[in-house]
Design a binder for this molecule. Structure first.
Ligand code: NI
Length: 251
């Protein structure tokens, strides 16, 4: 199974060798680690060559919108040419975190969407309390990608799917009061990819504990139960989706 979105930093895990070993034991075939700050990008670029199952997406998270410079974007572009870089992200808009810098956030988002087009790479989108602006902005650029940690309404899901995006579903779907269950039940598996967003958002029964990609089978099994299908069907279709989007032959 594939984890299409996670984070892997020494700040979070004291033994990354062990984390990767446990992922492999859980039969995780690929993990896509997001480097989303300057520091992160440098760190994941170093790590990716050490671990076979690790691929990366690079891009500046909206929380750095006030800091990122044009030089940083040039550095991003240079880094995208490295092996095992399979996409741009996470990028997007976060009005929950800050509403005061919408202009800077939109600037950073659009600059990176232009880079995605230039390099013909998929994007991993972070959108929090910013659905309308995210949709409007994405409509201007014909990019493909994932709406990471999707948590919107069925109507919003359908808009993204129509635009050709996959919806990233992770641990939140297993939470007791999550409304996402009802929505995932109605969505076709052909529009879903699995993600952990680790170290955050561990699925039940590990909610609140540190997450890692080895928990992907728990998410797959939960989705299978709400959609009344087999785990192998969830695995087969979501793997197909992830491989359709990310070029894992880029070693
Ligand atoms: Ni993330």
């Amino acid at each position: 199974m594939i984890d299409t979105h996670c984070h892997l930093s020494k700040d979070d895990y004291h033994d990354i060798d062990l984390v990767i070993k446990e992922d492999e034991e859980a039969l995780i075939s690929e993990i896509v680690v997001s480097g989303c700050s300057l520091k992160d990008i440098k760190e994941v670029l170093k790590l990716k060559d050490k671990y076979d199952i690790m691929y990366v997406t690079l891009g500046f998270h909206p929380e750095y919108a006030n800091e990122v410079t044009k030089d940083d974007l040039e550095y991003l572009k240079r880094s995208l040419k490295e092996k095992k870089v399979v996409g741009i992200g996470e990028i997007g808009l976060d009005y929950h975190y800050s509403k005061d810098n919408k202009e800077q956030q939109l600037w950073l988002f659009e600059e990176q969407l232009k880079i995605a087009l230039e390099f013909d790479l998929p994007v991993v989108i972070h959108s929090r309390d910013a659905t309308l602006d995210t949709i409007e902005t994405l409509k201007k650029y014909k990019v493909k990608g994932i709406i990471h940690c999707f948590s919107g309404s069925l109507e919003t899901a359908e808009i993204y799917i129509k635009m050709g995006f996959y919806l990233g579903i992770g641990g939140v779907v297993t939470f007791k009061n999550s409304k996402l269950k009802e929505i995932v039940k109605l969505l076709p598996l052909t529009s879903i990819v699995l993600e952990t967003d680790s170290p955050y958002l561990s699925p039940e029964p590990y909610r609140g504990k540190q997450n890692s990609s080895k928990n992907i089978p728990i998410i797959a099994s939960y989705i299978a139960s709400i959609k009344d299908c087999s785990i192998s069907e969830v695995e087969k279709i979501t793997n197909y989706n992830a491989r359709h989007l990310f070029d894992f032959s880029n070693k």
